[in-house]
Design a binder for this molecule. Structure first.
Ligand code: FAD
Ligand code: NAD
Length: 478
C-alpha cells in the first residue's frame, strides 16, 4: 500500500520547509522530501540556505569582519590587542557547528509541527503521485492531494572554467578552504563573488574578481554601486570589469585564468579560483516525462503570481520559479501556497522584497532605484543622508555610505530605499515595513527614532525628501 498525504513538498530549503511547516500548522498531513546529505553523509534539512548558502557565508563574513576590525581599526578607538592571528580550521569548524545547529533545528520544527521528513529524492509522476527514492535505493510511491515543488537551485558551471578538485571551486567549495589562498581568483562580481571574495580578502588573500559586464552591480542604485566599488577596491578587491574569461589551466601549484578585456587577451595566475556566475534551477530529474508539467528552456517551473503551476494542485516555490533567488522570497512563497491550499487569500508582495549584499559596508535596497524610475517615466523626489554626519556612525568609527529614499513627486509615497552602510541589512527592514503599509516620506519623517542610532539616517533621509533634514544642510530645491 502506498503512503498518502494531504501535501507532499519536494525540497526542504527555506521555500520547502516554510511551506511544510505552515501546512503542518494548518492541520494538513504533510511530508517533506529532501535529498541533501551533510559532510558525514547524514540527511540534513535546510537546503542551500542553511547548509551551503546564507548561513555559512554569513558565519565567515562576520568572523572575517571581526578580524579586520581588530587588526585595522581597534587601535583608532584606543584598543590595543597586540598581534592577532587567524585559525582557519577553527573558523571553518565553528561555521560547520553553526550550520549543524540550525539544520538540526529544522528537523525539530518538522517534529513540532507534525511534518514527516523523508530523506531521499522526490519526483513528480502523473496524477499527483510522487515517487520517493530513499538513500538506500528503495522506491515508494506517495499519493498526495497537493504537491509543492521546492527543489531550489545549483551553481552554474561554465565551459572555460570547469570545477576541479579544491582548486577551481563553486561557492560550496569556497566555504571550506582549509588555509588562506595567497592569490584568489573569482569569476563573477555578483553577490557571491563579492561576499566570498571579501571573506578571503579580509583573511589575507590577494583577490582578483573578473566580471564580464562593464557595469558594476547593475541592479543596484548607481550612486551606491559607484561608492561601493571605490570602497571595495580600497579594501583590496581588484575588480576587473568587462573581463570575459576564455579558459583556465590548472597545474599542481596554480590556476592560470585567461580572459579578454578592453586591453585584449590577458592572464592571471591564482592559487584557487571561485566560479560564481549565477545559479540555475535544480529541476533535472524532478518531473516525469508524463507528469503533465515541463520546465522552460532554462529549467524554471512556470507559475502564476500565486505560485500555481498549470497542473491543478501542483505548486512551485523558491529558486526554481521566477523572481530573485533569495531565501526570504522562497519562504514567503511557501507560506502563501500553504495558506491558499486551506482557502486563505494570501499573496506575496513582490514589489517589497529586500535585497542585501553582505559586504562591509553592506548594500541593501527595496523597491525601485533612480534609473528604474527614470526609465518608467515616474516623477520622484530624492532625499539622502550620509552616515558621515550620523552621530552614532561617527561614535562607532564606521561612517561609510548613505541612506537614499525615493518618493513619488505627487503622492510622496515611498517607491524605493537604498542603503550603503554598516547594518544596512537591519536598517532596510524599516523601509520594507514603511513600503508594505504604503507610507509616504512624510509619514517616516513624522515618526520618532531613538537617538543615537543608525536608524536616524533613515529618518533624516525621509525628511530630506521634503528638503528639511535637521542634521545636515539641505540642498536648495530648483
Ligand atoms: P534550496 O535552499 O536550494 O533547497 C532546495 C532543497 O531541495 C535542497 O536541499 C536540495 O537538495 C533539495 N532537492 C532538490 N531536488 C530534490 C529532489 N528531486 N528530491 C528531494 N530533494 C531535492 N539568499 C538570501 O536571501 N540571503 C543570503 O544571504 C544568501 N546567501 C547565499 C550565499 C550563498 C553562498 C549561496 C549559494 C546562496 C545564498 N542565498 C542567499 C540564496 C539562498 O540560499 C537561496 O535563494 C535559497 O536557499 C533558495 O531556497 P529554496 O528552498 O528555493 O532552495
Ligand atoms: P549573480 O547573478 O549575483 O552574479 C553573477 C555575476 O557573474 C554577474 O555579475 C554576471 O555578469 C557574472 N558572470 C556571468 N558569467 C560570467 C563569465 N563567464 N565571466 C565573468 N563574469 C560572469 O550570481 P551569484 O553571485 O552566483 O549568486 C547566485 C544567486 O544567489 C544570486 O542571484 C542571489 O540571488 C543568491 N545569493 C544571494 C545572496 C544575498 O542575498 N546576500 C548571497 C549570495 C547569493
Amino acid at each position: 500500500m502506498s503512503m498518502k498525504f494531504d501535501v507532499v513538498v519536494i525540497g526542504a530549503g527555506p521555500a520547502g520547509y516554510g511551506a511544510a511547516i505552515r501546512c503542518g500548522q494548518l492541520g494538513l498531513k504533510t511530508a517533506c522530501i529532501d535529498k541533501s546529505l551533510d559532510k558525514e553523509g547524514n540527511p540534513v534539512y535546510g537546503g542551500t540556505c542553511l547548509n551551503w548558502g546564507c548561513i555559512p557565508s554569513k558565519a565567515l563574513l562576520d568572523a572575517s569582519h571581526k578580524y579586520v576590525e581588530a587588526r585595522d581599526n581597534y587601535s583608532a578607538i584606543g584598543l590595543n590587542v597586540g598581534d592577532i592571528s587567524v585559525d582557519i580550521p577553527k573558523m571553518i569548524a565553528r561555521k560547520d557547528e553553526v550550520v549543524a545547529g540550525l539544520t538540526g533545528g529544522i528537523a525539530g520544527l518538522f517534529k513540532g509541527n507534525g511534518v514527516t521528513g523523508l530523506p531521499g529524492t522526490g519526483k513528480l509522476l502523473a496524477d499527483l503521485v510522487v515517487e520517493y527514492t530513499q538513500h538506500d535505493g528503495k522506491v515508494e510511491n506517495i499519493e498526495a492531494s497537493h504537491v509543492i515543488l521546492a527543489p531550489g537551485s545549483v551553481p552554474i558551471e561554465i565551459p572555460p572554467a570547469p570545477l576541479s578538485g579544491d582548486q577551481v571551486v563553486d561557492s560550496t567549495g569556497a566555504l571550506d578552504f582549509q588555509a588562506v589562498p595567497k592569490r584568489l581568483g573569482v569569476i563573477g562580481a555578483g553577490v557571491i563573488g563579492l561576499e566570498l571574495g571579501s571573506v578571503w580578502s579580509r583573511l589575507g588573500s590577494e583577490v582578483v574578481v573578473l566580471e564580464a559586464l562593464e557595469e558594476f552591480l547593475p541592479m543596484v542604485d548607481k550612486r551606491l554601486s559607484r561608492d561601493a566599488l571605490k570602497i571595495f577596491t580600497g579594501q583590496g578587491l581588484d575588480v576587473r570589469l568587462g573581463a570575459r574569461v576564455t579558459g583556465t589551466k590548472t597545474s599542481k601549484k596554480q590556476v592560470t585564468v585567461a580572459f579578454e578585456d578592453k586591453n585584449g587577451e590577458q592572464q592571471v595566475q591564482v592559487d584557487k579560483l571561485i566560479v560564481a556566475v549565477g545559479r540555475r534551477p535544480a529541476t533535472t530529474g524532478l518531473l516525469a516525462a508524463d507528469c503533465g508539467l515541463e520546465t522552460d528552456e532554462r529549467g524554471f517551473v512556470s507559475v502564476d503570481e500565486v505560485c500555481a503551476t498549470k497542473l491543478a494542485h501542483v505548486y512551485a516555490v523558491g529558486d526554481c520559479v521566477r523572481g530573485p533567488m533569495l531565501a526570504h522570497k522562497g519562504t514567503e512563497e511557501g507560506v502563501m501556497v500553504a495558506e491558499r491550499i486551506t482557502g486563505q487569500k494570501t499573496m506575496v508582495n513582490y514589489e517589497c522584497i529586500p535585497n542585501v549584499v553582505y559586504t562591509h559596508p553592506e548594500i541593501a535596497w527595496v523597491g525601485k532605484n533612480e534609473q528604474q524610475l527614470k526609465d518608467e517615466g515616474i516623477k520622484y523626489n530624492a532625499g539622502a543622508f550620509p552616515f558621515s554626519v550620523s552621530g552614532r556612525a561617527i561614535a562607532a568609527n564606521d561612517t561609510h555610505g548613505l541612506v537614499k529614499i525615493l518618493a513619488d513627486a505627487e503622492s510622496d509615497q515611498i517607491l524605493g530605499v537604498h542603503i550603503l552602510g554598516n547594518q544596512a541589512s537591519e536598517l532596510i527592514a524599516q523601509a520594507v515595513i514603511a513600503m508594505e503599509f504604503d507610507a509616504s516620506a512624510e509619514d517616516l519623517g513624522l515618526t520618532m527614532f531613538a537617538h543615537p542610532s543608525l536608524s536616524e539616517a533613515v529618518h533624516e533621509a525621509a525628511l530630506a525628501v521634503g528638503g528639511h533634514a535637521i542634521h545636515m544642510v539641505n540642498r536648495k530645491r530648483k
